[in-house]
Design a protein. Structure first.
Lengths: 306, 319
């Protein structure tokens, strides 16, 4: 998108002054430094996770490569902790089911609000937009979930956030940008609203829907707070909550998780938290480079909405 | 659409609203049916809690339910403001937000301006991809890494010891003087790239003729940035700034809850984390609902004001 400008700038490029060269040098150095600072914490974690535990224990300062002999022993230990595969399974289940609910509800809502001659549209939009700016708060929501008998069920995690109003508005914008003439000609051919939705609107807004889907999915993958307040059965915990117990162990129930992994080989407990982080983050790191451009597109759509 | 509507229902004066609505519903029965689950969702999960907010003015008794509990008026609000935690949580919320505004707000703008001066597409793209990444890492992982790096034997202490052999190691996150610094800088680390996207987009929309004009007038790169790039960014900056002002009294509690300890409550406990603790750990449902409601009302007023100002200043508002 910047290509046009770049070529113009190149064409008009005033002689490279010394000041300009110095600025460029610092600018590039700064960018490299920024990239390094951004990546380093993750790199540190990755390298520490495959370092020999004793070598890591006696090491001081940053690490740029695995210390000692590369070992995956700590990964083996992490996967022996039954809570990790369990948390993984739960998280995948929550991501799939949750994203499916999100997409269905968001598309329904966006479709209704994008139709042109629906009479109740105005009051409905008002009712929905208002919830973006004023909400009951944490405690009334908790009591509601409790009254609905959803405590300790998957529904407590997935239903209260079934529609992100922000994502819904992005979707609605995409739906209403589809030329009305397409719908009208379909209507003339006798298509009802369902047909219009599934045969015209959805196929034509696939790029936006993909972005929204990614946002929802990442949201579910990273979510932990609602699981912490709504779930009481540990077997239902998502991965992030297990991770919190292991990494930020300052509660008594976390010690159980630690003992499970740190039985005889004490040094391994030094690197085990790093491999736990890696195990939980690798899926994001793997898909991120390929999906990055879709994520960015989402910001743009959101911004254009204005 | 307008013509076809006119054909189907000519604007008769005596035609009553309900009849038109009825015909509209029949014509779009599928759409109205789709509306049902959506409306049910918003009414249950968004207006339901609004109904429950009344417990802020009651002494909630789980046995009697929300409706049956006794009204106590403003008792909980008064006890919050009379208590020692009102000032502490409001102050912390404001301070952390102001630090985020002072340091976290300009950072992505500067990054966008600097990135705009890089004319190697591949390099630029790589830097962008890398800086967006932390946005997608979960709060738990970020907090876990931070706690590890800040621990007494963690990376930051090791580096400090390498630089200064006389340094005494200390748990950095447990130090009151450092908590906000760590919170704010990790926030910048996580969000600088992602927040710069909108500014980069605004810069890429700048008319290249403007840059040419500067070049013709003999301007250098600094002039280009100062007289073209920054003025072109200004509307976006103003909107984003106003939005931030609107959020001055709201602060997510997730990272706070993960990072703070009893020793740092004095500087770290914000309104939302206090609501969480009093409500869900101490079961003071009514009291914490009152605190949350107070906070929500202030936020609502702030956002509305911010939006009104935005509309005046830039002719662009949120709605």
């Amino acid at each position: 998108m910047t290509n046009a400008k770049v070529s113009v700038t190149r064409g008009n490029r005033i002689k490279k002054t010394t000041g300009s060269i110095i600025f460029d040098t610092f600018n590039y150095l700064f960018m490299i430094l920024l990239a390094a600072v951004t990546l380093y914490p993750l790199w540190h974690v990755a390298m520490a996770s495959i370092s020999a535990p004793t070598a890591y224990m006696y090491h001081m300062g940053p690490i740029f490569y695995p210390l000692g002999k590369i070992t995956f022993a700590s990964y083996a230990k992490v996967l022996q902790n039954p809570m990790i595969p369990l948390g993984y399974r739960n998280t995948i289940y929550y991501v799939l089911l949750g994203t499916a609910i999100n997409m269905l509800m968001t598309m329904l809502c966006a479709f209704v609000l994008s139709r042109k001659d629906i009479m109740l549209k105005g009051p409905m939009t008002g009712l929905i937009i208002f919830t973006m700016y004023f909400h009951g708060g944490m405690i009334p929501t908790f009591l509601l979930v409790k009254d609905l008998k959803m405590l300790d069920t998957v529904w407590a995690l997935l239903l209260p956030g079934a529609i992100s109003t922000f994502n819904m508005i992005i979707t609605r914008t995409a739906f209403s940008n589809i030329p009305a003439s397409l719908e009208e000609s379909a209507e003339l051919d006798g298509a009802n609203d369902m047909v219009i939705l599934f045969r015209i609107i959805l196929p034509l807004s696939l790029p936006t829907l993909a972005v929204i889907l990614l946002y929802y999915a990442v949201g579910h993958w990273n979510s932990w707070f609602s699981a912490m307040i709504y779930l009481s059965t540990r077997e239902k915990y998502p991965l992030q909550l297990i991770l919190r117990e292991i990494l930020l162990a300052n509660t008594e129930d976390a010690s159980g998780a630690q003992n499970a992994v740190a039985d005889d080989t004490i040094p391994i407990s030094e690197t085990i938290k790093y491999s736990t982080i890696m195990v939980a983050t690798i899926p994001i790191l793997l898909v991120y480079p390929f999906l990055q451009k879709y994520f960015v597109k989402g910001v743009m759509i959101g911004a254009i909405k204005g | 659409m307008a013509q076809s509507g006119a054909v189907i229902r000519p604007p008769r004066k005596n035609q009553n609203y309900l009849a038109r609505l009825g015909r509209n519903i029949v014509k779009h029965k599928w759409t109205y049916m789709m509306m049902i689950p959506v409306l049910a969702y918003y009414i249950i999960f968004h207006y339901g809690p609004l109904y429950g907010v009344q417990i802020a003015f009651k002494d909630f008794n789980p046995g009697k339910g929300i409706w049956g509990s006794k009204w106590v008026g403003l008792k909980h609000f008064i006890s919050f403001f009379k208590g020692v935690y009102a000032w502490r949580t409001i102050r912390n919320t404001l301070f952390i937000n102001i630090y985020l505004l002072l340091f976290g707000f300009p950072a992505p703008i500067i990054l966008a301006l600097l990135l705009d001066e890089i004319h190697k597409p591949v390099f630029k793209k790589t830097v962008q991809t890398i800086t967006y990444l932390p946005h997608f890492i979960s709060t738990v992982v970020i907090a876990g890494i931070l706690v590890d790096f800040c621990s007494t034997n963690g990376l930051f202490n090791q580096i400090a010891l390498m630089i200064n052999p006389n340094y005494t190691k200390v748990a950095l996150l447990g130090k009151m003087s450092l908590f906000r610094t760590i919170y704010v800088s990790s926030d910048i680390w996580q969000s600088i790239g992602w927040n710069s996207i909108i500014f980069i987009a605004a810069l890429s929309g700048v008319d290249s003729e403007l840059y040419e004009a500067v070049a013709i007038d003999g301007g250098n790169r600094f002039h280009r940035v100062w007289h073209v790039s920054i003025p072109c960014l200004l509307p976006t900056i103003v909107i984003m700034f106003i939005l931030r002002i609107g959020n001055l009294m709201s602060l997510g509690f997730e990272k706070i809850i993960l990072l703070y300890t009893t020793g740092t409550y004095e500087v770290a406990d914000v309104i939302s984390s206090y609501v969480y603790r009093r409500g869900l750990l101490d079961f003071s449902y009514s009291f914490s609902s009152a605190v949350g409601l107070m906070n929500n009302i202030i936020n609502f007023i702030l956002v509305m004001t911010a939006n009104a100002i935005s509309r005046k200043v830039t002719e662009t508002s949120l709605w």
